[in-house]
Design a protein around this ligand. Structure first.
Ligand SMILES: *Cc1c(COP(=O)(O)O)cnc(C)c1O
Length: 391
């Protein structure tokens, strides 16, 4: 199969094809270690970059298939799978940065990424500047001679703000800094950052890539030189994945394009519905014409993803009453699974937002749309809205 030309739906099913095995479904390699034919082969494998049959922290045949498939979907030539999305983000940062380096990142990021930047990396002498991602000029202003890495996340958690990928990629390249995009919310179905010049793409594969709320994993994608550099540190840090999780990831990836297309459609339907409802002060979804960056989102995304957030006019007490009144929709963190989840962001983050985090409205609800029929989700949201009104 010509992987360069295949439609993503075809690639998701055939992009990891291994002609050496007859199995239609990928075999699960559970072995932690592998027998070498002789001492020469042992010595050769022990020295090789990314061997898939040596020791599973170094690589694994099922993991290698999942990596090949995600790399293909992202339009990158290499990928590395991790035990979680944070395993991927933290290992990448620790691999590429040294004391004295500076990172430019956004005010709005996944909480774990913000804590890595503001709490952990400073202990190792790595400084940061957090900027308003909606202003490409803010990234340029924050760059210093010692800036080595620019991290972006678009659309971002939980306000669905958009970053101009091409503009940030171009300015970072001109200053000799690498760019890393967290593409978890969009998924490669809706957005491929490498096509806009971004160097490295990271995913929490726990979300859309896995897609069934039964797997924790992360993936880094990029050019093989950079990914191999991260691999050489990843085997020291140890946040590696395994054959069983790689199998679950492959199983989820087969339906990724179908799932994300439908989730994006339903999210747009729900966002439009919520905009018409009394008691909803504002809906944040890049697919809405009312989103301040809708044109940029439409330029760099094919659809707008399955996550939206909205502000209840009644604030925190209305938001708590809203989630308590839901029945079909579960009050749970995470996103990207087949089931719709809602969470009150303020309750999740009340332990104290990380330094730099933009203000979160008290009545903000994040909705991660699943694959149920939209009419059934709307009916459940209406229970929540009624309860929020009388809270
Ligand atoms: C969930 C998430 C992460 C962290 O991934 P884990 O798999 O939970 O470690 C990172 N970035 C984004 C945008 C996420 O949603």
């Amino acid at each position: 199969m010509n992987e360069d030309r295949a439609n993503p739906r075809t690639l998701a099913i055939h992009g990891d094809h291994d002609p050496s095995v007859a199995d239609i479904a990928p075999p699960i390699h559970l072995s932690s270690t592998y027998r070498a034919a002789d001492s020469d082969e042992f010595a050769r494998i022990a020295e090789a970059d990314r061997p898939s049959r040596f020791y599973t922290r170094y690589g694994n045949p099922t993991v290698a298939r999942a990596e090949r498939l995600v790399a293909g979907l992202e339009g990158c030539n290499s990928a590395l799978m991790f035990a979680s999305g944070m395993g991927a983000v933290a290992t990448t940062a620790l691999s590429l940065l040294s004391a004295g380096d500076h990172v430019v990142a956004q005010r709005d990021h996944y909480m774990g990424t913000l804590r890595l930047l503001t709490e952990m990396l400073p202990r190792f002498g790595v400084s940061h500047t957090l900027v308003d991602q909606t202003e490409a000029g803010a990234f340029a202003d924050a760059m210093r001679p010692e800036t080595r890495l620019v991290i972006v996340e678009t659309p971002s958690n939980p306000m669905l703000k958009v970053t101009d990928l091409a503009a940030v990629a171009a300015l970072a390249r001109a200053r000799g800094a690498l760019t890393l995009a967290d593409n978890t919310f969009a998924s490669p179905v809706n957005q491929r950052p490498s096509e806009h010049g971004i160097d490295l793409v990271v995913h929490s594969a726990t979300k859309y890539l896995g897609g069934h709320s039964d797997l924790l994993a992360g993936v880094l994608c990029g050019p093989s030189g950079l990914v191999d550099r991260v691999w050489s540190q990843a085997i020291v840090l140890g946040a590696c994945s395994n054959g069983f999780d790689a199998y679950l990831l492959l199983r989820g990836l087969r339906t990724l394009p179908l799932r994300v297309e439908r989730q994006s459609e339903t999210a747009l339907t729900l966002a439009r519905h919520l905009e018409t409802r009394a008691g909803v002060a504002r809906v944040h979804y890049p697919g809405l014409a009312s989103h301040p960056q809708h044109r940029l989102a439409a330029h760099q995304m094919t659809a707008f993803g399955g996550v939206l957030s909205f502000e209840l006019a009644g604030g925190g007490s209305a938001a708590r009453a809203f989630v308590d009144a839901l029945d079909l929709v579960a009050n749970a963190v995470s996103l990207g699974g087949v089931e719709t989840l809602a969470s009150h962001v303020g309750s999740m983050w009340h332990a104290g937002a990380a330094e730099g985090q933009g203000a979160i409205p008290a009545g903000l609800i994040r909705l991660a749309v699943g694959l149920e029929h939209p009419d059934d989700i709307v009916r459940d949201l209406e229970h929540g809205l009624a309860a929020a009104q009388s809270a």
